[in-house]
Design a protein around this ligand. Sequence first.
Ligand SMILES: Cc1cc2nc3c(=O)[nH]c(=O)nc-3n(C[C@H](O)[C@H](O)[C@H](O)COP(=O)(O)O)c2cc1C
Length: 187
Amino acid sequence: MNVMDVIRNRRSVNRMLDDDISRSDMDDILEAGLWAPNHRFTQPWKFHVLLGDARRDAGEVLAASVLADSGLEGPDREQKAEKGRVYFLQAPVVVVVSISRSEDEVTDNEDYATGAMAAQNMMLVAWSKGIASKLRTGEFSFSKEIKDHFGIPSENRIVGFLFLGYPADGAVPPARQRDDGNVIWLG
Ligand SMILES: Cc1cc2nc3c(=O)[nH]c(=O)nc-3n(C[C@H](O)[C@H](O)[C@H](O)COP(=O)(O)O)c2cc1C
């Protein structure tokens, strides 16, 4: 597949098989992340790769943090705790993409953008190998407890949880509009 085909055909996939991803494929995917452009070569990223029981342990951390949250009660709390408990089990591999912070606002923005580029690089290389992905953010990505669990400094940002696995079913590509006013030609 050429680059444009990979870009066009990549889709966020919800349901993934339990089949493992080989270590050599994971090395390629992670290397693609490390090749993301980063201004001033800050390399602000950390990629925590969760496999096997590491996914379960991280889910227990999320569940415990929900149960300890005095702001939630009753079935809502139980439901959310269960969501956390199984959260990382949705794929055989989850890469936690986090980036360090800078006191300089410009660098801080650039570094966050770089984290997103790294995630996209990884998604594209994964898809070129037939490995599907889904980047998830949501409130769990702000969890202090989960950052503590991985040793990510609390001020750092989790750009997303990158779920990777072989697709259990095809995702229908939502066509992108080519001419909806998003591209403005000048000159
Ligand atoms: C920064 C970012 C955060 C996302 N967070 C979530 C999420 O928390 N949960 C989810 O189901 N999908 C999430 N997605 C996936 C998007 O919903 C998905 O990319 C979008 O529907 C377009 O579909 P496609 O990736 O197949 O083109 C996220 C995507 C991006 C880029």
